[in-house]
Design a binder for this molecule. Structure first.
Ligand SMILES: Cc1cc2nc3c(=O)[nH]c(=O)nc-3n(C[C@H](O)[C@H](O)[C@H](O)COP(=O)(O)O)c2cc1C
Length: 163
């Protein structure tokens, strides 16, 4: 099985989650972990699994992840299993800022990065195998809340079970 975990990370938290997910896979799976800036068209050749992760910034994936998604052509993910993850603030942090709380209440999961990423991958023909997931940071720059790396490994096991 050939898989790719593609992520963006400004402060390292999403990268740590990507590593926890990638580290859960083992032989014979061939899983590459790549920062969004390092991806080449070749990396998509023969893929069975594509997982994309992004920090949530201003209710969205980062610009680099959004641009990458725009560059994936329609139907090119036919036969590829996909899912997505993000890192995000906890509700108790968000609720301290009324404007943030307003948008999160209004848009729900669409006010974070993972759901829009997985919707975009589905639109390109990918098959969603496990629902997109968010992992929590304590403040704007992190760190991750305790236990999130372990939760990422559990999420990865659900993906492995679907392969
Ligand atoms: C400019 C900026 C905007 C952000 N906007 C949001 C947001 O809309 N919702 C949210 O949950 N977290 C938001 N955050 C917190 C990020 O989710 C947090 O920085 C990210 O999870 C850290 O991941 P990284 O270390 O991989 O960059 C924002 C952070 C920054 C710096």
């Amino acid at each position: 099985m050939k898989g790719l975990i593609l992520y963006d990370s400004i402060y390292g938290n999403t990268e740590n989650i990507a590593q926890a997910i990638g580290g859960t896979f083992g032989p014979p799976d061939d899983i590459a972990m790549l920062r969004v800036g390092d991806v080449m068209p070749d990396h998509f050749t023969g893929l069975n699994l594509l997982i994309i992760g992004s920090p949530t910034q201003r209710f969205r994936p980062t610009i680099a992840i959004s641009n990458l998604l725009k560059g994936i052509s329609k139907n090119s993910l036919k036969g590829v299993k996909i899912t997505a993850f993000d890192t995000r603030l906890t509700w108790s942090e968000i609720s301290k800022t009324p404007v943030l709380a307003f948008f999160v209440k209004l848009y729900g999961d669409n006010a974070y990065a993972a759901r829009p990423i997985s919707n975009s991958l589905k639109n390109k023909g990918g098959e969603l195998i496990v629902p997109p997931e968010g992992f929590f940071v304590e403040g704007m720059k992190g760190p991750l809340i305790q236990g999130e790396l372990e939760r990422a490994a559990v999420w990865a096991k659900r993906i492995i079970a679907e392969m």
